[in-house]
Design a protein around this ligand. Structure first.
Ligand SMILES: [Zn+2]
Length: 65
């Protein structure tokens, strides 16, 4: 199941960090509201996230039919 709640646990303090997938893909970094740790997407992870988003878009189209 794709996580539609767009937040990921902070690697430092586990606080949920809200993020926007599109912005993340553009290389924007998001910081933890609790400890200010910055999270961003590594270049290696981008194709995987993009693929997941593409699949999700497909899924939405199929549901809309
Ligand atoms: Zn944190």
């Amino acid at each position: 199941m794709i996580n539609l709640d767009q937040s990921i646990p902070c690697p430092v303090c586990q606080t949920k960090i809200p993020f926007d997938t599109k912005q993340l893909l553009m290389g924007v970094q998001f910081s933890c509201p609790n400890c200010q740790a910055a999270i961003g997407l590594s270049d290696q992870s981008k194709p995987l996230v993009q693929e997941t988003m593409d699949k999700f878009e497909e899924l939405k189209k199929n549901v809309a039919k």
